[in-house]
Design a protein around this ligand. Structure first.
Ligand SMILES: *Cc1c(COP(=O)(O)O)cnc(C)c1O
Length: 340
C-alpha cells in the first residue's frame, strides 16, 4: 500500500526511536525534563523567537495561541478555508469563546486590504478584533506558500492596529523550503507561530508554539488548563528534536515527488490537477471520471494507493518521508489503472 493520505502517516525513523530510548527525562511540569527543555530552546532559536513551548498537537498549539491572545467575545480574522476554521471542531468558539471573521483567500492568502477593512473600530456594537491568523503553507489551497510580502503587509497593518498575529505554520518549513527563504524571514512577521513536528519532519507526535517570553508563559498556563502538561515528555520530545534538527533539509525531496506525481497525473484522461505544486500536496479534480471523490478513493485503495477526499470534486495526495521516488512511479501506474 502506498499511503499518500497525509504527511502525518510517517513512522518514526531508527534515529528517532533511539533518541526516545536514550532520552534523559524529568517532570516537565516542574520544568525538569532536559529533553523537552532542549527541544524548546532549539525550536525558539531556529524560529527566531524568545521562547517555545512543546505541545501535544498542531490543533492544541493553535488553540493555545487563540486562548492566549484573545478574550471571550473577541473576533478573530482568518482565511475562510483555514485549518483553524475548517478542521478544529469549532474549538475557537467552544474553548476560547471567540467568533470568526473569515475572509476569502487567493491561494490561501487573504488580501491585506481585506484584513485592514475587517479590523473592528472602537464602537460599543462591535466585538474587538483579538487576533489575525495566517496559515502557511495553506493546506486546503494545496500546500500553497503564502508569499512573504503578504505576511509582511498583514503584520504591518496588525501592528498599527495593535492586533496580534498568529501563524498556523503546521508546514511552515515546507514554505521555507518551497520559497527558498530562511524560516525566520516568515516568522519575523508573526507574534506566535505553531509548527508541526509530526508532519513532513516525521516525528511521532507534537508541535511547537513559539513567541515572546510573556506570551509563551501565558501559553504554558493554557497548556496546563487543557491537560497538555505532560510529565516525562522527553520520551516524545527527543524524537521531536531529531525531526527538527535532521529532517528539515529533506523536505525538498517531498516537493520533487509531489511535482513528479502531478506531472504524471496531468497526462491522465479524466483527472485534472487543480493546484500549482509549491510544496508537497497535489489536489486532483476527479469529476470527469464520473466517480465521486469517495468512490475514487475506494477504487484507488483496491489498487493499493491511499488518498483522501478533498471537497466536492477532488482528492488530495500528500508526499512524505515514507514514500520514495519509485513509490511515486508505482503510485502513478496504480492511479492510471483506477481511471481506466
Ligand atoms: C495538520 C494541521 C494542523 C493540526 O495539526 P494536528 O497535529 O493534526 O492537530 C493545523 N494546521 C494545519 C495547516 C495542518 O495542516
Amino acid at each position: 500500500m502506498i499511503d499518500l493520505r497525509s504527511d502525518t502517516v510517517t513512522k518514526p525513523t531508527e534515529e528517532m526511536r533511539m533518541a526516545a530510548y536514550k532520552a534523559e527525562v524529568g517532570d516537565d511540569v516542574y520544568g525538569e525534563d532536559p529533553s523537552v527543555n532542549e527541544l524548546e530552546a532549539t525550536a525558539a532559536e531556529i524560529l527566531g523567537k524568545e521562547e517555545a513551548l512543546f505541545v501535544t498537537s498542531g490543533t492544541q498549539g493553535n488553540q493555545i495561541a487563540v486562548l492566549t491572545h484573545c478574550r471571550p467575545g473577541n473576533e478573530i480574522i482568518l482565511e475562510s478555508e483555514s485549518h483553524i476554521f475548517y478542521y478544529e471542531s469549532g474549538a475557537v468558539s467552544a474553548l476560547a469563546g471567540v467568533q470568526t471573521r473569515t475572509l476569502p483567500g487567493n491561494r490561501g492568502a487573504m488580501s491585506a486590504e481585506d484584513v485592514l477593512h475587517s479590523i473592528r473600530p472602537e464602537d460599543q456594537h462591535y466585538p474587538e478584533t483579538g487576533l489575525i491568523c495566517i496559515e502557511n503553507t495553506h493546506n486546503r489551497a494545496g500546500g500553497a506558500v503564502i508569499p512573504l510580502e503578504n505576511m509582511k503587509q498583514i503584520y504591518e497593518i496588525a501592528k498599527s492596529h495593535h492586533v496580534p498575529v498568529h501563524t498556523d505554520g503546521a508546514r511552515l518549513f515546507n514554505a521555507a523550503e518551497g520559497s527558498g527563504l530562511p524560516i525566520t524571514h516568515f516568522t519575523q512577521y508573526t507574534d506566535t507561530v505553531q509548527i508541526c513536528l509530526s508532519k513532513g519532519l516525521g516525528a511521532p507526535a507534537g508541535s511547537i508554539l513559539a513567541g515572546n517570553s510573556e506570551t509563551i508563559s501565558a501559553a504554558r498556563k493554557w497548556r496546563k488548563r487543557l491537560g497538555g502538561g505532560l510529565r516525562q515528555a522527553g520520551i516524545i520530545a527527543a524524537p521531536g528534536l531529531v525531526a527538527l534538527t535532521r529532517m528539515r533539509n529533506r523536505l525538498a525531496e517531498d516537493h520533487i515527488h509531489a511535482k513528479q506525481l502531478a506531472e504524471g497525473i496531468r497526462e491522465m484522461k479524466g483527472l485534472r490537477v487543480v493546484n500549482e505544486i509549491d510544496t508537497n500536496i497535489v489536489v486532483v479534480d476527479v469529476s470527469e471520471t464520473s466517480l465521486t471523490p469517495a468512490e475514487f478513493v475506494d477504487k484507488l485503495k483496491t489498487e493499493g494507493v491511499l488518498a483522501v477526499g478533498f471537497g466536492r470534486n477532488a482528492v488530495r495526495f500528500t508526499t512524505h518521508y515514507d514514500v520514495a521516488s519509485n513509490d511515486i512511479e508505482r503510485a502513478l501506474r496504480k492511479i492510471q489503472a483506477a481511471v481506466k
